[in-house]
Design a protein around this ligand. Structure first.
Ligand SMILES: [Zn+2]
Length: 155
């Protein structure tokens, strides 16, 4: 992981090292990696984390989210089932920093979350593609010639 980001995450985790910290690693407008600390709204912040959905949506609107992060004040840098469920729900890679062991674990997207992403993408792209090809077909018929992007040299 990026050394600057590691330092920032360790700093955030130690501001209140009795509670789990949480937030997102994002790309800003200049495509620089930065962190966006969030409030941990979980009932028992010493043993879990939760990010407010409104806060998540606001961040998602403004930045390209790379990874969701959080800390474990006690215990190893291993994900709990709740951690993994949250990451799957948001279709995001997740990383955890263990204060006790001073190390990180990162999990990138699993096959199922990637498939889900692809399906979402195709649902969006297919109708647009169909529209384009339909128009192309109509123009070809009217013009009595096949469409060719390389044409238009004046001949
Ligand atoms: Zn955790």
């Amino acid at each position: 992981m990026d050394k600057k980001i590691e330092k920032l995450l360790i700093t955030h985790a130690n501001i209140d090292n009795k509670k789990e910290c949480c937030g997102f690693i994002v790309l800003d407008n200049l495509k620089q990696l930065i962190i966006i600390p969030c409030e941990n709204t979980y009932e028992f912040p010493s043993t879990g984390f939760r990010i407010c959905p409104h806060e998540f949506l606001n961040i998602k609107k403004r930045y390209e989210i790379v990874c969701m992060y959080h800390s474990h004040p006690i215990g190893p840098a291993e994900f709990s089932q709740k951690d993994l469920d949250q990451a799957d729900e948001l279709c995001l890679p997740i990383c955890v920093y263990s204060i006790q062991e001073n190390n990180f674990t990162v999990r990138v997207l699993t096959f199922s979350t990637l498939t889900l992403r692809l399906i979402r993408w195709w649902v969006l792209v297919l109708p647009i593609a169909e529209l384009f090809f339909d128009h192309r077909y109509i123009i070809e018929k009217k013009a009595g010639t096949s469409w060719n992007w390389n044409r238009g040299t004046g001949k």
